[in-house]
Design a protein around this ligand. Structure first.
Ligand SMILES: [Mg+2]
Length: 409
C-alpha cells in the first residue's frame, strides 16, 4: 500500500470564523488583529450576539483609524489583494489598505471551531496529527477509499464534511509524505485540493523556492541564496556532501533528502487532554476537623501537582474541581469556572478551597482529588499577559488563606 498523507489547512481561519458571525463583511477586505477593544464590546452590547449579522457595514472600525502596535493574525483574501498579510503591523497595513475593516481575535470562538473541524476529520479518518489551531496532517493510507484517485476522493469528502459542520472552507494537499503534502496544500488555495505523486517531483516541486520546504527558514534560505541555490531543483542538484559541508551533517543530509521529496516521518496522534487531575487515597480515613492540618497539607500538595502538570504540558485551565470520597464510599464532586485561564498553584488552591466549602465535611474521608478542566494551550488564550498579573494578586490572597486554613476544614 502506497503511503498517502494529507495536509489540511483551513482557509484564512481567524478571518473566516469572524465572517460567519458577520456575513455582511463577505468579499470585503477584513483583517484580524489587535486585542479586544471597547468599540467591539459596544457593538456587541448595542446589537446583541444574534443581531451581529445586521450591523451596517459602515459601523465597523476601519484600519485607517487604528492606533497601536498590534499585528495582523489573518487577512481575508480580499485584503490580501492589497498586499496585506499575516504578521504585518496593523498601522503599516493601513497604508496599503486603509478601507479594510479590522476586528479583534476572539480566541473562544477560534478554539470552538478548531475543535469542531478537527473532530469532523477524526470521525472520517482517525489518524490525525495537530499542527496548530488551523492545520493538521492526516494519514489516508489505510482509510477505506484513502487511495482512490491518489487521495482526492477522501480529501473531497473531508472538505465537504467540514463545510457542513462549520461553514468554513479548507485546502488539502495529498502526497506520499508530510513534507510534500504541506507544500501541496498551498497549490490550490482557497478551497482547493491538490494531489502530488512521487513522479510529480520534477514538475511540481523542483520549480519552487527552497523556502517552501517546511524547515528551511529565512536564515537557511538566505545562506542558500548566497550559494546561488534558489529553487528546490537547484538544491536537489547539489551533492549531499556539499550541503553537509555548509550546513553540518544533520541539516545538510536532511536538506538533500527533502529536495528529493523524501520524508518518512509518521503521522503521530497526540490526543488533547480534556482534564488533568491528581487524587490520593489516604492510608487511614481522615476527618475534616480532627485531621485538618494533615488534610490541608495534602490538599495544597494536590493543587501544586495539578499546577505542575499543567505547566509541564503547556496547558492552562479555566475550571477547577474537587472530588471527595467518604468512608462509606459515597463520592461527591464540585467545580467552579474562573474568569481567566490559569496554571498557577495558589490560584488553583484558592478555587479548589471554595469548592470544598460547598460540600458537607462532617464525615470521614477516604480520598481527596483536585481536577483542572476546560483546558487550553498556554499562549493560545486571550489576555494571557493580564493572566500573569491576576495570578500575582491571587497569590497574595491565597497566602493569607493558607494561614486561615481553619475556615476551609
Ligand atoms: Mg490556514
Amino acid at each position: 500500500m502506497t503511503r498517502r498523507i494529507a495536509h489540511l489547512d483551513m482557509d484564512a481561519f481567524f478571518a473566516s470564523v469572524e465572517l460567519l458571525r458577520y456575513p455582511q463583511l463577505k468579499g470585503l477586505p477584513v483583517v484580524i488583529g489587535g486585542g479586544r477593544r471597547k468599540i467591539d464590546e459596544e457593538l456587541l452590547a448595542r446589537h446583541g450576539e444574534r443581531a451581529l449579522r445586521f450591523i451596517p457595514v459602515a459601523e465597523f472600525p476601519l484600519l485607517k483609524d487604528y492606533v497601536g502596535r498590534g499585528v495582523i493574525t489573518t487577512a481575508t483574501y480580499a485584503a490580501r489583494h492589497f498586499g496585506v498579510g499575516s504578521a504585518m503591523g496593523l498601522m503599516k497595513a493601513a497604508k496599503l489598505c486603509p478601507q479594510a475593516i479590522v476586528l479583534p481575535v476572539d480566541f473562544d470562538e477560534i478554539r470552538k471551531f478548531s475543535r469542531l473541524f478537527k473532530s469532523t476529520i477524526t470521525e472520517i479518518s482517525p489518524l490525525v496529527q495537530d499542527r496548530g489551531v488551523d492545520e493538521v496532517y492526516i494519514d489516508f493510507t489505510d482509510v477505506p477509499g484513502g487511495q482512490r484517485e491518489g487521495g482526492r476522493v477522501l480529501a473531497r469528502l473531508i472538505q465537504k464534511s467540514i463545510f457542513q459542520a462549520t461553514g468554513l472552507t479548507c485546502s488539502v494537499g495529498v502526497a506520499p509524505n508530510k513534507l510534500l503534502a504541506k507544500m501541496a496544500s498551498e497549490f490550490n488555495k482557497p478551497n482547493g485540493i491538490s494531489v502530488v505523486h512521487e513522479a510529480d517531483l520534477q514538475t511540481c516541486i523542483w520549480p519552487l523556492a527552497c523556502r517552501k520546504i517546511n524547515g528551511i527558514g529565512p536564515k537557511a534560505g538566505e545562506k542558500l541564496a548566497k550559494l546561488n541555490i534558489h529553487t528546490i531543483g537547484e538544491l536537489a542538484a547539489q551533492d549531499a556532501s556539499f550541503l553537509v559541508a555548509h550546513f553540518g551533517k544533520a541539516t545538510g543530509t536532511w536538506m538533500h533528502e527533502a529536495a528529493w521529496g523524501r520524508d518518512s516521518s509518521p503521522v503521530v496522534t497526540e490526543s488533547e487532554p480534556v482534564s488533568m487531575s491528581r487524587e490520593t487515597t489516604f492510608e487511614r480515613d481522615l476527618h475534616a476537623v480532627r485531621d485538618k492540618a494533615e488534610l490541608g497539607a495534602i490538599f495544597t500538595r494536590l493543587c501544586e501537582q495539578v499546577a505542575a502538570d499543567l505547566q509541564r504540558k503547556g496547558y492552562v485551565a479555566k475550571t477547577i474541581g474537587i472530588k471527595l470520597r467518604y468512608d462509606d464510599f459515597r463520592s461527591v464532586t464540585r467545580d467552579q469556572t474562573l474568569e481567566q485561564f490559569t496554571a498557577d498553584a495558589p490560584t488553583i488552591r484558592k478555587i479548589a478551597g471554595l469548592c470544598l466549602k460547598r460540600v458537607p465535611l462532617d464525615q470521614r474521608l477516604r480520598l481527596l482529588g483536585v481536577r483542572a478542566a476546560t483546558l487550553a494551550k498556554a499562549g493560545e488564550t486571550p489576555f494571557h499577559e493580564s493572566n500573569t498579573h491576576l495570578a500575582q494578586s491571587e497569590r497574595d490572597s491565597a497566602a493569607t488563606e493558607t494561614i486561615a486554613k481553619d475556615q476551609l476544614f
